[in-house]
Design a protein around this ligand. Structure first.
Ligand code: SF4
Length: 342
């Protein structure tokens, strides 16, 4: 027990002196912390900061988000990727706003759409000062090295949760959780940790055994799946045709230029279009490596199945990041071919 108390003292003192000055560390507002935690999933801190500020300026409260238009919300998320997070955050905001009260415990938070054990732990410990643990990739790594645990994959996660439940303090639980993650992000990093700068070096079993660079034991990386998609930018006079992405597809609810995988039938209207191939864009979606082959499709009429927008209207529509690249490439090509059109 004294050992755990000593660990608390050492890590919290280090955190007080060394923590990065991040905007969500200046608030105890559950909504702001919730937003930051969702944005930070799979995304670098530096990328999140401007989005976090813009989001809170546009939707300052959970009620404001709950009442917002879906398209407006998706447009604010545009460029941050993993849009499922955005849809679930909106769904979660509507769930909480309808109840008109904050969930009172980690268990209740986990009933909110999009809130898993990690996010529930973060919100309740940071915003409500409850001694709830959390485990993310950073905490898993710190745990594995501190205890020289040789588990991997789901077993490592399970062991890390059990450990975190045992060591989360009643005093400053939110700071403790953030300190553990901060240590993992800045000192106990993947690969070679910076043990010389670590406040827990005297408690660290991996360091004592000299095995810190070997832990945690990595799981097998999933192999990327390669796909080719064909994408057309339909143009009629000064308008572009786009379609809304349907439920069950990546980026559902957002908009895109018509696209199919190369093994699927192509749209019937291509037969009457003048096609100019303009290039290729490569991008990743989860484990899929996608090659997007892009063509302009000049049409003599506006197809009723598409929504037709001018360039300035298109700029305010929620397009996924790869589709923004498609638009940029298409525009560069059109301006070279027909400088007066746009
Ligand atoms: S001593 Fe090194 S391996 Fe151990 S927790 Fe600190 S940084 Fe990580």
């Amino acid at each position: 027990m004294d050992d755990v108390k000593e660990m608390h003292r050492a890590l919290l003192a280090w955190y007080d002196d060394e923590k990065r000055d991040l905007p969500w560390r200046h608030t105890h507002d559950p909504y702001a912390i919730w937003v930051s935690e969702i944005m930070l999933q799979q995304t670098q801190v530096a990328t999140v900061i401007p989005y976090y500020h813009r989001w809170l300026a546009r939707f300052p409260t959970v009620q404001a988000l709950a009442e917002a238009d879906d398209q407006d919300v998706l447009a604010q998320w545009q460029g941050l990727g993993y849009y499922r997070r955005c849809r679930l955050l909106l769904e979660g905001a509507r769930f909480v706003a309808e109840k008109n009260d904050w969930p009172q415990s980690a268990e209740e938070w986990r009933k909110v759409p999009g809130v898993g054990p990690y996010t529930a732990g973060a919100i309740t410990s940071i915003a409500f000062n409850q001694p709830t643990p959390l485990v993310d990739g950073n905490v898993e790594r710190v745990f594995s090295r501190l205890t020289a645990c040789r588990d991997s994959g789901p077993q490592l996660k399970k062991s890390a949760w059990t450990w975190a439940e045992g060591v989360t303090p009643h005093k400053r639980p939110g700071d403790w959780n953030q300190a553990l993650m901060e240590l993992g992000a800045t000192v106990c990093k993947p690969g070679a940790p910076l043990c010389g700068a670590c406040p827990l070096i005297k408690k660290c079993e991996a360091h004592r055994q000299g095995v810190q660079n070997e832990l945690p034991i990595g799981g097998k990386k999933e192999q990327a799946v390669e796909l080719t998609h064909l994408c057309w930018v339909p143009i009629h006079n000064d308008r572009f045709g786009i379609r809304q992405i349907t439920t069950g597809e990546w980026w559902a609810g957002m908009w895109e230029f018509p696209r199919v995988t190369n093994s699927c039938p192509q749209p019937h209207w291509l037969q009457s279009a003048e096609i100019h191939e303009v290039g290729v864009i490569k991008h990743m979606v989860t484990k899929h490596k996608i090659k997007l082959v892009i063509s302009l499709a000049y049409l003599t009429n506006q197809l009723p199945e598409l929504r037709w927008l001018t360039l300035s209207e298109l700029e305010s529509v929620a397009l996924p990041a790869p589709q923004r690249k498609v638009l940029r490439l298409a525009l560069a090509h059109i301006r070279a071919e027909q400088p007066l059109l746009f």
